[in-house]
Design a protein around this ligand. Structure first.
Ligand code: FAD
Ligand code: FES
Length: 247
Protein backbone atom coordinates (compact mmCIF):
# COMPACT_ATOMS: atom_id res chain seq x y z
CA UNK A 1 0.00 0.00 0.00
CA UNK A 2 1.83 3.09 -1.27
CA UNK A 3 -0.45 5.73 0.19
CA UNK A 4 0.04 7.10 3.69
CA UNK A 5 -1.88 5.44 6.49
CA UNK A 6 -2.45 6.93 9.93
CA UNK A 7 -1.92 4.44 12.73
CA UNK A 8 -2.61 5.12 16.38
CA UNK A 9 -0.19 3.57 18.87
CA UNK A 10 -2.44 1.62 21.24
CA UNK A 11 0.29 -0.20 23.18
CA UNK A 12 3.97 0.44 23.90
CA UNK A 13 6.56 -1.34 26.02
CA UNK A 14 10.30 -2.01 26.17
CA UNK A 15 10.65 -5.78 25.74
CA UNK A 16 14.45 -5.92 26.13
CA UNK A 17 17.18 -3.31 26.57
CA UNK A 18 16.73 -0.75 23.76
CA UNK A 19 14.05 -2.86 22.06
CA UNK A 20 10.60 -1.36 21.78
CA UNK A 21 7.31 -3.03 20.89
CA UNK A 22 4.45 -0.96 19.47
CA UNK A 23 0.96 -2.09 18.56
CA UNK A 24 -0.55 0.08 15.84
CA UNK A 25 -4.25 0.37 15.10
CA UNK A 26 -5.30 0.40 11.45
CA UNK A 27 -7.66 -2.26 10.10
CA UNK A 28 -6.46 -2.09 6.50
CA UNK A 29 -2.79 -2.53 7.43
CA UNK A 30 -3.54 -5.41 9.78
CA UNK A 31 -5.79 -7.22 7.32
CA UNK A 32 -3.43 -6.92 4.34
CA UNK A 33 -0.12 -7.74 6.07
CA UNK A 34 1.63 -10.96 5.07
CA UNK A 35 4.67 -12.57 6.77
CA UNK A 36 7.92 -10.83 5.83
CA UNK A 37 6.39 -7.52 4.73
CA UNK A 38 7.32 -4.20 6.31
CA UNK A 39 6.06 -0.69 7.00
CA UNK A 40 7.91 2.50 6.10
CA UNK A 41 7.45 4.98 8.92
CA UNK A 42 7.72 8.77 8.63
CA UNK A 43 10.09 10.20 11.27
CA UNK A 44 8.38 13.49 12.04
CA UNK A 45 11.18 15.14 14.01
CA UNK A 46 11.87 17.90 11.45
CA UNK A 47 15.36 16.46 10.79
CA UNK A 48 15.08 13.03 9.19
CA UNK A 49 13.54 13.25 5.75
CA UNK A 50 13.82 9.56 5.02
CA UNK A 51 11.37 7.09 6.46
CA UNK A 52 12.54 4.06 8.40
CA UNK A 53 11.59 0.48 7.42
CA UNK A 54 10.40 -1.83 10.21
CA UNK A 55 9.09 -5.35 9.66
CA UNK A 56 5.63 -6.49 10.55
CA UNK A 57 6.05 -8.86 13.48
CA UNK A 58 2.41 -9.83 13.71
CA UNK A 59 -1.06 -8.60 12.77
CA UNK A 60 -4.53 -9.50 13.96
CA UNK A 61 -8.00 -7.89 13.70
CA UNK A 62 -7.14 -4.18 13.36
CA UNK A 63 -3.77 -4.35 15.12
CA UNK A 64 -0.24 -4.58 13.75
CA UNK A 65 2.71 -5.30 15.97
CA UNK A 66 6.22 -3.99 15.30
CA UNK A 67 9.38 -4.42 17.37
CA UNK A 68 12.56 -2.45 16.78
CA UNK A 69 15.95 -1.78 18.27
CA UNK A 70 17.03 1.81 18.93
CA UNK A 71 19.94 2.38 16.54
CA UNK A 72 20.07 6.07 15.64
CA UNK A 73 17.95 9.23 15.50
CA UNK A 74 15.02 7.70 13.61
CA UNK A 75 14.43 4.75 15.87
CA UNK A 76 15.08 6.94 18.95
CA UNK A 77 12.29 9.29 17.85
CA UNK A 78 10.04 6.28 17.30
CA UNK A 79 10.91 4.90 20.74
CA UNK A 80 9.85 8.20 22.31
CA UNK A 81 6.29 7.94 20.93
CA UNK A 82 3.60 7.12 23.45
CA UNK A 83 0.19 5.40 23.44
CA UNK A 84 -2.33 7.68 21.74
CA UNK A 85 0.27 9.18 19.34
CA UNK A 86 -0.41 8.68 15.64
CA UNK A 87 2.25 7.46 13.15
CA UNK A 88 2.21 8.14 9.42
CA UNK A 89 3.43 5.18 7.40
CA UNK A 90 3.21 3.27 4.15
CA UNK A 91 2.53 -0.42 4.22
CA UNK A 92 2.38 -3.28 4.00
CA UNK A 93 5.31 -3.07 1.56
CA UNK A 94 7.54 -5.70 -0.07
CA UNK A 95 6.87 -9.21 -1.25
CA UNK A 96 7.10 -11.22 1.98
CA UNK A 97 7.92 -14.92 2.30
CA UNK A 98 6.22 -17.37 -0.02
CA UNK A 99 4.81 -20.28 1.92
CA UNK A 100 5.30 -23.74 0.45
CA UNK A 101 2.62 -25.96 2.00
CA UNK A 102 3.53 -29.49 2.99
CA UNK A 103 7.27 -28.74 3.22
CA UNK A 104 9.16 -29.29 6.50
CA UNK A 105 10.28 -25.77 7.31
CA UNK A 106 13.33 -24.52 9.20
CA UNK A 107 13.17 -20.90 10.35
CA UNK A 108 16.50 -19.26 11.24
CA UNK A 109 16.72 -15.78 12.77
CA UNK A 110 19.28 -13.57 14.43
CA UNK A 111 18.91 -10.42 16.55
CA UNK A 112 16.37 -7.95 15.15
CA UNK A 113 15.87 -10.39 12.28
CA UNK A 114 13.81 -12.60 14.59
CA UNK A 115 10.84 -10.18 14.69
CA UNK A 116 9.56 -10.61 11.11
CA UNK A 117 9.71 -14.38 11.55
CA UNK A 118 6.95 -14.55 14.16
CA UNK A 119 4.02 -14.09 11.79
CA UNK A 120 5.73 -16.54 9.42
CA UNK A 121 6.05 -19.17 12.18
CA UNK A 122 2.35 -18.74 13.01
CA UNK A 123 1.52 -19.40 9.36
CA UNK A 124 3.76 -22.47 8.93
CA UNK A 125 2.88 -25.92 10.23
CA UNK A 126 5.02 -26.52 13.36
CA UNK A 127 8.38 -25.38 11.95
CA UNK A 128 11.76 -26.03 13.57
CA UNK A 129 12.82 -22.57 14.78
CA UNK A 130 16.44 -21.58 15.45
CA UNK A 131 16.94 -18.12 16.97
CA UNK A 132 20.25 -16.51 17.88
CA UNK A 133 20.72 -13.61 20.33
CA UNK A 134 23.71 -11.72 21.74
CA UNK A 135 23.05 -12.83 25.33
CA UNK A 136 20.31 -13.88 27.77
CA UNK A 137 19.03 -10.31 28.28
CA UNK A 138 18.34 -9.96 24.56
CA UNK A 139 16.25 -13.14 24.26
CA UNK A 140 12.71 -12.05 23.38
CA UNK A 141 9.40 -13.69 22.46
CA UNK A 142 10.56 -17.11 23.66
CA UNK A 143 7.11 -18.25 24.84
CA UNK A 144 5.37 -16.94 21.76
CA UNK A 145 7.75 -18.60 19.30
CA UNK A 146 7.62 -21.88 21.25
CA UNK A 147 3.81 -21.94 20.78
CA UNK A 148 4.26 -21.95 16.99
CA UNK A 149 6.86 -24.70 16.56
CA UNK A 150 9.89 -26.47 18.00
CA UNK A 151 12.11 -23.65 19.29
CA UNK A 152 15.90 -23.77 19.73
CA UNK A 153 17.72 -20.75 21.18
CA UNK A 154 21.42 -19.93 20.89
CA UNK A 155 23.38 -17.06 22.44
CA UNK A 156 26.73 -15.67 21.33
CA UNK A 157 28.12 -15.80 24.89
CA UNK A 158 26.42 -19.02 26.03
CA UNK A 159 24.47 -17.20 28.77
CA UNK A 160 21.25 -18.90 27.61
CA UNK A 161 20.47 -21.94 25.46
CA UNK A 162 23.12 -23.25 23.09
CA UNK A 163 26.56 -21.58 23.20
CA UNK A 164 27.19 -20.54 19.59
CA UNK A 165 25.29 -19.82 16.42
CA UNK A 166 21.70 -20.79 15.68
CA UNK A 167 22.80 -22.00 12.25
CA UNK A 168 25.11 -24.62 13.81
CA UNK A 169 22.09 -26.08 15.61
CA UNK A 170 20.12 -26.02 12.38
CA UNK A 171 22.86 -27.93 10.56
CA UNK A 172 22.75 -30.70 13.18
CA UNK A 173 19.08 -31.32 12.31
CA UNK A 174 19.24 -30.55 8.59
CA UNK A 175 17.96 -34.02 7.52
CA UNK A 176 14.49 -32.99 8.72
CA UNK A 177 14.38 -29.91 6.54
CA UNK A 178 12.88 -29.23 3.09
CA UNK A 179 13.01 -25.43 3.06
CA UNK A 180 14.76 -22.72 5.11
CA UNK A 181 13.36 -19.24 5.83
CA UNK A 182 15.86 -16.77 7.31
CA UNK A 183 16.21 -13.18 8.47
CA UNK A 184 19.14 -11.63 10.32
CA UNK A 185 22.51 -9.99 9.93
CA UNK A 186 24.22 -10.26 6.54
CA UNK A 187 26.93 -12.75 7.66
CA UNK A 188 24.19 -15.02 9.00
CA UNK A 189 22.25 -14.87 5.73
CA UNK A 190 25.44 -15.63 3.80
CA UNK A 191 25.97 -18.68 6.04
CA UNK A 192 22.36 -19.79 5.47
CA UNK A 193 22.89 -19.61 1.71
CA UNK A 194 26.04 -21.75 2.08
CA UNK A 195 24.16 -24.23 4.30
CA UNK A 196 21.33 -24.52 1.78
CA UNK A 197 23.81 -25.11 -1.06
CA UNK A 198 25.80 -27.69 0.91
CA UNK A 199 22.72 -29.83 1.60
CA UNK A 200 20.71 -29.07 -1.54
CA UNK A 201 17.88 -27.28 0.29
CA UNK A 202 15.72 -24.39 -0.87
CA UNK A 203 16.01 -21.19 1.16
CA UNK A 204 14.39 -17.76 1.26
CA UNK A 205 16.35 -14.85 2.75
CA UNK A 206 14.90 -11.56 3.99
CA UNK A 207 17.49 -8.90 3.16
CA UNK A 208 17.60 -5.80 5.38
CA UNK A 209 19.43 -3.21 3.25
CA UNK A 210 19.36 0.50 4.05
CA UNK A 211 16.43 2.21 2.35
CA UNK A 212 15.51 5.57 0.87
CA UNK A 213 12.08 5.89 -0.71
CA UNK A 214 10.80 2.37 0.10
CA UNK A 215 8.69 2.21 -3.07
CA UNK A 216 11.14 1.51 -5.89
CA UNK A 217 12.03 5.07 -6.90
CA UNK A 218 15.58 5.75 -5.64
CA UNK A 219 17.81 2.60 -5.95
CA UNK A 220 19.33 3.10 -2.47
CA UNK A 221 18.32 -0.41 -1.44
CA UNK A 222 19.64 -2.53 -4.32
CA UNK A 223 21.07 -5.96 -3.66
CA UNK A 224 23.18 -7.98 -6.10
CA UNK A 225 21.50 -11.03 -7.58
CA UNK A 226 22.15 -13.46 -10.40
CA UNK A 227 19.64 -11.47 -12.49
CA UNK A 228 21.31 -8.12 -11.78
CA UNK A 229 20.75 -5.47 -9.13
CA UNK A 230 17.29 -5.70 -7.58
CA UNK A 231 15.43 -3.35 -5.28
CA UNK A 232 14.95 -4.81 -1.83
CA UNK A 233 11.95 -2.56 -1.08
CA UNK A 234 10.02 -3.51 -4.20
CA UNK A 235 11.29 -6.89 -5.41
CA UNK A 236 12.24 -8.04 -1.88
CA UNK A 237 12.94 -7.96 0.95
CA UNK A 238 12.66 -11.73 0.49
CA UNK A 239 14.77 -13.41 -2.21
CA UNK A 240 15.57 -17.02 -3.03
CA UNK A 241 19.00 -17.74 -1.54
CA UNK A 242 20.36 -19.12 -4.80
CA UNK A 243 19.85 -15.77 -6.56
CA UNK A 244 21.48 -13.51 -3.92
CA UNK A 245 25.14 -12.64 -4.50
CA UNK A 246 27.12 -11.87 -1.33
CA UNK A 247 30.44 -10.06 -1.90
C1 FAD B 1 12.96 -4.36 5.21
C2 FAD B 1 13.56 -3.96 6.55
C3 FAD B 1 12.95 -4.38 7.71
C4 FAD B 1 13.49 -3.99 8.95
N1 FAD B 1 12.86 -4.44 10.07
C5 FAD B 1 13.35 -4.10 11.27
C6 FAD B 1 12.69 -4.54 12.47
O1 FAD B 1 11.66 -5.23 12.45
N2 FAD B 1 13.22 -4.18 13.66
C7 FAD B 1 14.37 -3.41 13.72
O2 FAD B 1 14.84 -3.14 14.84
N3 FAD B 1 15.01 -2.98 12.62
C8 FAD B 1 14.52 -3.29 11.39
N4 FAD B 1 15.17 -2.86 10.27
C9 FAD B 1 16.35 -1.99 10.41
C10 FAD B 1 15.88 -0.54 10.68
O3 FAD B 1 15.20 -0.05 9.54
C11 FAD B 1 17.10 0.35 10.97
O4 FAD B 1 17.72 -0.05 12.17
C12 FAD B 1 16.66 1.81 11.10
O5 FAD B 1 16.24 2.29 9.83
C13 FAD B 1 17.79 2.67 11.61
O6 FAD B 1 17.35 4.01 11.58
P1 FAD B 1 17.90 5.07 12.61
O7 FAD B 1 17.53 6.42 12.11
O8 FAD B 1 17.52 4.76 14.01
O9 FAD B 1 19.47 4.85 12.53
P2 FAD B 1 20.50 5.47 11.50
O10 FAD B 1 21.04 6.71 12.10
O11 FAD B 1 19.92 5.52 10.14
O12 FAD B 1 21.59 4.33 11.56
C14 FAD B 1 22.14 3.91 12.83
C15 FAD B 1 22.94 2.64 12.62
O13 FAD B 1 22.08 1.58 12.16
C16 FAD B 1 22.58 1.04 10.94
N5 FAD B 1 21.47 0.74 10.03
C17 FAD B 1 20.59 1.60 9.48
N6 FAD B 1 19.73 0.97 8.67
C18 FAD B 1 20.06 -0.35 8.71
C19 FAD B 1 19.56 -1.51 8.07
N7 FAD B 1 18.55 -1.48 7.21
N8 FAD B 1 20.13 -2.68 8.36
C20 FAD B 1 21.17 -2.75 9.21
N9 FAD B 1 21.72 -1.68 9.83
C21 FAD B 1 21.16 -0.48 9.58
C22 FAD B 1 23.44 2.15 10.35
O14 FAD B 1 24.44 1.61 9.49
C23 FAD B 1 24.03 2.79 11.56
O15 FAD B 1 25.16 2.07 12.02
C24 FAD B 1 14.66 -3.20 9.01
C25 FAD B 1 15.28 -2.80 7.84
C26 FAD B 1 14.73 -3.16 6.62
C27 FAD B 1 15.39 -2.72 5.35
S1 FES C 1 14.46 2.34 -1.12
FE1 FES C 1 14.25 3.52 -2.91
S2 FES C 1 14.31 1.97 -4.46
FE2 FES C 1 14.26 0.83 -2.60
Amino acid sequence: MREDLKCEIIFRREIAPNQIELILKNRRLAQEARPGQFVHIAIENGVNILRRPISICDSFMENTRIIFEIKGEGTRWLAERREGDVLTLMGPLGNGFSIEPGKRAFVIGGGIGTFPLYKLCKTLNKPEIFLGFRNKDMVVMENEFSMTGNLHIATDDGSYGYYGFAITLAEEKIDGCDIIYACGPRPMLKAVKALAEKYGKKAQLSMEERMGCGIGACLVCVCKTTTGNRQVCLQGPVFDADEVIFD
